[in-house]
Design a protein around this ligand. Structure first.
Ligand code: GLN
Length: 236
């Protein structure tokens, strides 16, 4: 990794296992929005055979199929780098399979509960039906990002414990399965939203960047804001 404290280090965790649904776009949007503000960035790809460094600023985990997800959880627990980075205050965005495995436990493809990494007080099992389609959800007011849009494709359902707050209240779609979507605690966010989530919700990208870098100047609206408005209108 570049030894420059002013460089924003974005760590893309396990692209070999958790990269099924285009979630790498989240890293590209973070880099673009940071660089538009004059911040140098580095995207570090960490495959599952590699050690997860604890020196990153923002860690991203994407979606994945059931069996790669089990392997990813096993390796992340064995390595410990992600847990230590989060304890040090790093920002984490975990999507779908990534969301489930940063929780306390999740069900494998036969619904056997397996231990997760333990960053979020959530437990995921399997629903009767696969949740597939567009999602619109009202984000927690504390985040100041308005409505979120995205696309979901998952069998899992997630129960939130008292240690986390819902990321959003679901208007369209399934999300966690109880009327909420995703959750957060401190600087760790989990969500079922692909799309990927950050290109479709640039205000949320700026929340993550703000947590990592401090106050940010606003950017002029771009295609990302237009896409956000278009998807909200289409879902309404
Ligand atoms: N395998 C998990 C599920 O079906 C996660 C799917 C995903 O990442 N899209 O719930």
């Amino acid at each position: 990794m570049t030894d420059t404290s002013s460089t924003l280090r974005i760590v893309w965790v396990y692209p070999d296992l958790l990269s099924t649904y285009g979630d790498q776009g989240n890293a590209l949007v973070l880099r673009r929005r940071a660089e538009q503000r004059g911040v140098c960035t580095e995207i570090v790809h960490v495959n599952s055979s590699d050690r997860v460094p604890r020196e990153g600023d923002i860690y991203l985990l994407g979606g994945g199929e059931d069996r790669p997800q089990v392997l990813a959880a096993h390796r992340l627990r064995a390595c410990g780098g992600l847990l230590r980075a989060a304890e040090d205050g790093a920002v984490v965005l975990a999507v779908c399979a990534g969301y489930q495995i940063v929780g306390e436990s999740f069900g494998d493809d036969e619904a056997n509960p397996l231990p997760g990494v333990g960053l979020l007080d959530i437990r995921s099992g399997r629903g009767q039906h696969r949740a597939v389609g567009e999602v619109v959800a009202d984000a927690a007011p504390a985040l100041g990002v308005g409505q979120l849009t995205g696309f979901e494709n998952h069998q899992g359902r997630t129960a939130l414990g008292p240690g986390v707050a819902p990321l959003a209240e679901t208007r369209v779609g399934v999300g966690n399965g109880d009327g909420t979507e995703g959750c957060f605690r401190g600087r760790v966010i989990g969500s079922y939203l692909h799309g990927p989530i950050l290109p479709r919700n640039p205000a949320l990208a700026d929340v993550l960047l703000g947590w990592a870098m401090g106050d940010l100047p606003p950017l002029p609206p771009s295609w990302s804001e237009r896409l956000h408005e278009e998807r909200l209108a289409a879902a309404g």
